[in-house]
Ligand binder design. Sequence first.
Ligand code: PLP
Length: 777
Amino acid sequence: MVYLKEIQPMRRSFTAASPINETPIQLFKVFVAPDAAEQTSKTLTSGYITQGPRVAELEEKLGEYLQNPYVLTLNSATSGLHLALHMLKSPAGAWPGLAPGDEVLTPALTCTATNWPILANGLRPKWVDVDPKTANISLEDLKYKLSPTTKVLQFVLWGGSPVDLDAIKDVQQFAYERFGFRPVIIEDAAHAMGAEWKGRRIGALENGNIVVFSLQAIKHLTTGDGGLLLLPDKNLYTRGKLLRWYGIDRDKRNYKGKDFRLESDVTEYGFKMHMNDLAASLGLANLPHIDGIVAKHRANASFYDKALAGVNGVTLLTQPEGAVSSYWIYTFHIANKLEFIEFMKNKNVVVSQVHARNDTHSVCAPYRTHLPQLDRTETTLICIPVGWWITPSEREYVADSIKEFASTLPVPRSIARKKIIITGGCGFIGHHVVEHLAKTTDCNLVVIDKLSYASLGYDRLRDTGVLDRVKVFTTDLVQPIPEGIAYELGNNIEFIVHMAAETHVDNSIADPVPFIRNNVESTISLLEYTRGLIRNGCDLKAFFYFSTDEVFGPAFGTTMFDEWDRHKPTNPYSSSKSAAENICIAYENTYKIPLMIVNVMNAFGERQHPEKFIPKCIKKVIDNEKVFIHSYPDRKMSGTRFYIHARNIAAAVVFLLNEGAIGEKYNITGESEVSNLELAHFIADTAKKTLVYEMVNHHATRPGHDLRYGLSGEKMAKMGWVPPFGFEESLRKCIQWTIANSHWLNLKMWADDPNTYEGIVPSAIGKDPMMERAAKL
Ligand SMILES: Cc1ncc(COP(=O)(O)O)c(C=O)c1O
């Protein structure tokens, strides 16, 4: 048995499932090694605390750790980024240098430290949108944003997670081929100490990029404040070493061989960005712990990866293959983020987005651009405590709290699992079924509709407000489903509800061949498509064929047909449906298509085509016109129908998709039998009008119209089916709605024959009035 998941009502109670943690679980903590005080005090008392031997020692050790000898310690990562861009201003070899106004492609979602050095250097930040899957830059957008003035590709490793460095190189190569030079790559690895790309450390010389790390207080490795600039070649390194300290070579101060404090000639001015020995000694004390620290961050992240996988409302980030994150922070997407922050505050767990987007700051106004992915990402991105200080019980508590919050979220439609294809979903009954499914389930709804005259374009779906919930493909099913549509539909389909059909009896009588062909051939091509799906391993749960009570032919007296009674169709329409039903059965038997068939009685409801009896009668009644009633030859007794509101049919479809058995047929019946005259009176009473009518022996002039159909509803009733909407109530509401929305009654071009209450003008039969109208425009 297969179950459609009904959307659960939101639960909004935030009662704690687990006890509230007493002390806050922090997002960040400063790591200070146990012997750090001893080491730094040695420096303090050494009489030399500015840049000296401890800095040199730290640089050497970090060079080993980061697999790059060209390491410059600095007072911050911000300085590193500033210095890197500053150095790039000068041309060197094939490098054209940076001119004022040159572009740096850069993320907006990062610390301001990533981008302010661009401004400080007189360059232009050009924002690259975020990839919501990684929180890093979108590589597609990076490529898209390249221009002849793009000189630098800069990006952050969000939370310590590497960007696909191979893909970045491809973009760099693409820029080279396009614009004749290679933009420089700058990695802002402030969060990424210990992260790896394809077995190499981020920062490794072999990666060939300029890389900056932060050693600020709350980073994996801290010197209190500090940063590292790793360079890809000796020239840049040597120059950087000078420029971090005014452009002076500290080791060669000895003016004219006499004065040890005075510098030799300065050829290029520099800055005061160096690190001091005091900071370096703290770094040296902490460095031996770095592997353990990173390992703890990773272990906690891996715990969250497992604990939060598949949690409703939570979307985890992914890493490109080859990337090993250092997890400075653990980031994911959560629905209702602001409520989540509040919720976690009550749980005593500190959470935050950590960095605001930079592009919306006033200082960046000249560079503003549309970043649609960031607009969305901002609403969901959140970081939770993951660091070395988080104990196993704390991470469990954090994960449980997240799950507790998630249990209050509605099942989002984006993760709807069951895909249902509904053919003819823009039509009258079809759109009620689609509306019902859209409003009561979390299914992934796909409509295939040829948008013929009967569909009214998307108007019906639009009017119900569910159009944006549905994917619609337009194709005429008489042709095989185009490969591109089949590709888009994919193989992961649970149900096919085949409702598309020509249904107008008068049309079928006036020009039977195209009519019958349409209904039979469209069913065959859908069956063939389904056969292909199953051949390709699709786990289809049901192919649901939507048929009519008319296939059984007229039900004389009080006859009520059971599901498997013989067909005796009396007009081309009903025979086409009967033929299609039987072809479905043949495919079920021969190709194991999981078939279910329903035979449905007369539907009514909002937005019904005005050619049909109920809307037509409403229109005539409110316009004070005469209503013609089909009658038996004596013109005393009118024909009868079992009417059922289309929303009841929709509910029955959902009921059967859940409860019905494959290989079975089911009658979806109206609640009670009503004569057309009674119905016309009911309409007039509801509209507060007097009914003017005439009985017509329509049958005599139009063989093929049956005066009574009858289906037994026993089988579904025994299964527990009860229509959710009562007949009289739903009819009254439908009449009132139709009067209030009378534009649905005035679709004139198809319903202008004053002599019949049913049927479009015969001259239009076989043609598509929509097309004709379009041709006249
Ligand atoms: C992404 C990013 N870049 C750069 C920096 C600047 O680091 P620093 O404080 O060492 O200058 C930070 C600081 O946290 C950061 O998060």
